[in-house]
Design a protein around this ligand. Sequence first.
Ligand code: UGA
Length: 432
Amino acid sequence: MKLCMIGTGYVGLVSGVCFSDLGNDVICVDKDINKINNLKKGIIPIYEPGLEELVLKNFKNKRLNFSTNLKDSVRKSDIIFICVGTPTKKNSNSADLSQLYAAGNEISKSINKFKIIINKSTVPVTTGDELEKVISKKVNKKYFSVVSNPEFLREGEAIRDFIYPDRIVVGSNESKSHRIIKNLYSPLISKGAKFISTQRRAAELIKYASNAFLATKISFINEIANLCEKTEIDVEDISIGIGLDKRIGSRFLRAGPSYGGSCFPKDTKALVSTAQKFKTNLSIIKSVIKSNNKRSDLLSKRVNFILKNKIKNKIVSFLGVTFKANTDDMRDSSSLKLIPFLSKKGAIIKYYDPTGSKKEFKKLKNVKFSNSIQESIKGSDIVIIHTEWNDFKSINFKKFSKNKKLIIYDMRNIYSPGKIKKLGFKYFGIGR
Ligand code: UGA
């Protein structure tokens, strides 16, 4: 099939590349001319394992192309995916849909035959209805169909999540679109992916409800971890103990720093805001947001407690600053609160991240990027493991540090407390 992806962010680029790898002709469109020129040269704007290889392979065999010409790309395609950003509006909790409607308006100028317009961006329920109205200002409804096909990719695991999804959700009010899209996804369905057809509004809400539920699960285990710390229980035992109940499930029950990234914080807020519009009180999700916001303060207090209220002049090795492993994304990462807190209290911070130094910390006092794990740990009083990169999973602390009083604060519970204590170091984890 001939596909056009509007927006080459996470969702657009990964889905476009994967669809081309499944044998479709795909044009990825973006307004950003530098981004498009770079993509044509094989320079990828984001860090995502496996993405570069797939871009190079499919660009070379001409199934994948990049363009800044939206009109031309829409004309050449049968299915158009809108994959633009829906960030939080300034001074509000609701989603900013201006890029989405602008894309709809542009598409409407280029419809020359029947097109399926699929929204993959995360949007509040009823947005599809509005998008349909925008396009129908210029085009008769019989020439297009607006569908919702939300994306469930995780950063860092996006290619795998695309190829082996738990489910594919397609929301349309017309059976013809369901059939065409099911055909598009047939290579994944034949490998076992479940295909769910719903009304358009239901698909939109499935996406928000999924992210909000996962955020709830994480906040739940994080609060249980707080109790574990007070009662000398290892939260890892609790996660296993409750996760084995199939009604609960074991995934997304890892206690850690507050959840971050470009999705959970933004989508939970937007869902509450949408519900308010429909006079519905989502009290559980409101508490989740509150609990997550408070978590960084709680962790800052814990560092203070671990260092016995003496943060000033302490040398802190901070490992991993992104919101999670396998990504270079800093959005809503808890390090954005923790590192400034430590710097303000007078600590000397040497941070290391496999994806390099970050502009966010450039202006902070006594915060420097180290070129390796070893360099970061050398001479430090405390090592804070903030993300769970494989690189951090078997560090030889004895070799890297001559400090016999070294403290390890493992915010992802990567290490066995017993083993670290046997090495003679002090160990603190989350909820243990
Ligand atoms: C999330 C969803 O998992 C995807 O299904 C969805 O498609 C995506 O948002 C989106 O809406 O685009 P992502 O933000 O990439 O994906 O990252 P996650 O792996 O979900 O992690 C989010 C945050 O929760 C991270 O800070 C992570 O460290 C934290 N987390 C996750 C935990 O603290 N514990 C866990 O058990 C799992």
